[in-house]
Ligand binder design. Structure first.
Ligand SMILES: Cc1cc2nc3c(=O)[nH]c(=O)nc-3n(C[C@H](O)[C@H](O)[C@H](O)COP(=O)(O)OP(=O)(O)OC[C@H]3O[C@@H](n4cnc5c(N)ncnc54)[C@H](O)[C@@H]3O)c2cc1C
Length: 464
């Protein structure tokens, strides 16, 4: 079987690799002039106009790392050799390890390095042809009038034909007349302002009770990511509706805000690290699932084209790998293209729908909280989406069972029902959070922060 893969981002690369390893042929068509080879840091010079979030923080959840280790161990090895940083959360357990704890590992690595490693693996696969600088312009339909895709048209050269078209074109625009299942876009409600740093010599990553430092000020939030080669990212998450806080796109305001928030004050100090990017804003972030019928036979969607969610959950890379695996499994089990599509949708659809629903519910709760709604995160009957995420993470360092279940839930290792149906666990979380009491705020109230940012801004303007 020959797969025509439209889009050579993470999902397109992973899908072509997985189907080739299942014994098929693939051709990958990527609009940007990407090429394999060279050292990993060359990936930062590649112009990726097709991926606006190319330099934004990325990391593999435990599920993604496990998928790599299961069916692309060579890619995992390449990433580790290139400086990817595994973080084993089982080290946070107080008691002995149990079977399954070996999966509680995040893999911190910047997005350009991830693509570089996948491209290298694809280039080494004889059954995959990778064509960079080729824009897909439309779908090719069968001559007999049947509603079936038989390949794609491209901007230069003749049409590319195959048995199955794989839509790996991502979350943004697709060519006119393209066929995708319908999907409603729900705004995540947040804009992200991120900056990457490299740790100063002799400095180690700041430890946090569970993952990396993160928090919420009640009107905005923050998160931090590790990266490969002693890099790290600091991300300010701001309500999309809060126009005054948009001044955080300015480097000086961003720095001033971080200096008011614990522990970002330390993490953005010159003793701790040196900035390696400017402040990178990212808005327009939606939750969309398109797992339904694409209304045309012969086409199947993977990665963001199938389902994408607020990057705060970091599902995308793991989903891209899971979709690739599902496509390879379906192609091994099913006799023809139609059966592969059906089987693929049965394998990948339920989890995508479940996580999309969870992302929408959690984003809605976060927006309510940021708008001043008095939600109690410590009680499951007040705001379950935040209780099961923020509340569970706060309780996790105090109880191994909570730690395991919570990381398995947010790390995509378990279906959501495993946590949701464990009422005894919920009780334990409530008890622990009751004992811990209300945490002290990590930063100033909104009006104080804005006053500080405005006075800094006025002082800077006066000195120019
Ligand atoms: C700010 C941000 C942060 C994120 N952080 C994380 C994270 O920490 N962890 C995580 O797991 N996920 C994260 N994600 C999600 C992750 O980036 C996506 O899920 C992932 O990129 C999906 O890959 P994809 O290949 O489906 O789409 P894309 O990466 O968008 O790739 C689509 C590809 O198609 C190409 N293309 C588009 N149109 C054409 C055309 N007409 N012809 C040929 N080629 C075309 C593009 O150039 C691109 O290469 C984040 C997303 C964002 C926005």
């Amino acid at each position: 079987m020959r797969f025509v893969v439209a889009g050579g981002g993470v999902a397109g690369l992973a899908a072509s690799l997985a189907v080739a390893r299942a014994g098929h042929e693939a051709v990958v068509l990527e609009r940007d002039r990407v090429h394999p080879g060279g050292p990993h840091d060359g990936a930062f010079d590649v112009e990726r106009r097709g991926i606006p979030h190319y330099f934004q923080p990325h990391a593999f959840l435990p599920r993604g790392r496990r998928l790599l280790s299961d069916w692309a161990p060579d890619v995992l090895d390449t990433l580790l050799e290139a400086g990817a940083d595994p973080q084993d959360l089982a080290l946070k357990l107080r008691g002995p390890r149990q079977p399954g704890d070996e999966d509680l590992v995040y893999l911190w690595v910047r997005r350009p390095v991830i693509e570089w490693a996948l491209r290298r693996a694809v280039a080494a696969e004889p059954a995959v042809e990778m064509l960079g600088g080729v824009r897909v312009t439309g779908l090719l339909s069968s001559d007999d009038g049947a509603a079936r895709a038989t390949g794609v048209t491209v901007d230069e050269g003749g049409p590319i034909r195959g048995d199955l078209v794989v839509d790996a074109l991502g979350r943004y625009r697709c060519p006119g007349g393209w066929s995708r299942a319908t999907g409603e876009a729900t705004d995540s409600g947040a804009v992200y302002y991120c900056r990457y740093f490299r740790l100063a010599d002799g400095v180690q990553h700041l430890d946090a009770p569970v993952l990396n430092p993160r928090g919420d000020l009640g009107y905005m939030g923050f998160n931090t990511f590790r990266g490969d080669n002693r890099t790290f990212a600091v991300i300010l998450l701001v309500p999309a509706a809060d126009h005054q806080l948009r001044m955080l796109r300015h480097e000086q305001a961003w720095r001033a805000a971080c200096s008011q928030i614990t522990p970002l004050d330390v993490m953005t100090s010159t003793d701790y690290g040196r900035p390696i990017t400017g402040v990178m804003p990212m808005g327009g972030l939606m939750n969309v699932e398109r797992t339904g019928d694409p209304r045309l036979a012969g086409i199947v969607a993977v990665g963001d084209a199938f389902c994408h969610t607020d990057p705060a959950f970091a599902y995308g890379l793991s989903f891209a790998l899971a979709h690739a695996q599902a496509l390879a499994d379906a192609s091994a089990e099913a006799p023809d293209a139609d059966a592969i599509v059906e089987r693929y949708r049965a394998l990948a659809g339920p989890e995508a729908r479940e996580r999309h629903a969870l992302a929408c519910a959690t984003d809605a709760a976060r927006s309510l909280r940021w708008s001043g709604e008095p939600l109690q995160i410590g009680r499951r009957d007040s705001c379950y989406p935040l209780f099961s995420f923020v509340g569970a993470l706060a309780a996790a360092p105090h109880d191994d069972a909570i730690l395991r279940r919570t990381i398995r839930r947010i790390g995509l290792l378990d279906r959501t029902a495993v946590f949701d149906d464990d009422h005894a666990l919920h009780e334990r979380i409530e008890t622990i959070l009751g004992q811990l009491g209300k945490p002290s705020p990590a930063g100033p109230p909104r009006e104080d922060l804005l006053a500080r940012l405005s006075s800094d801004h006025a002082a800077a303007s006066a000195s120019v």
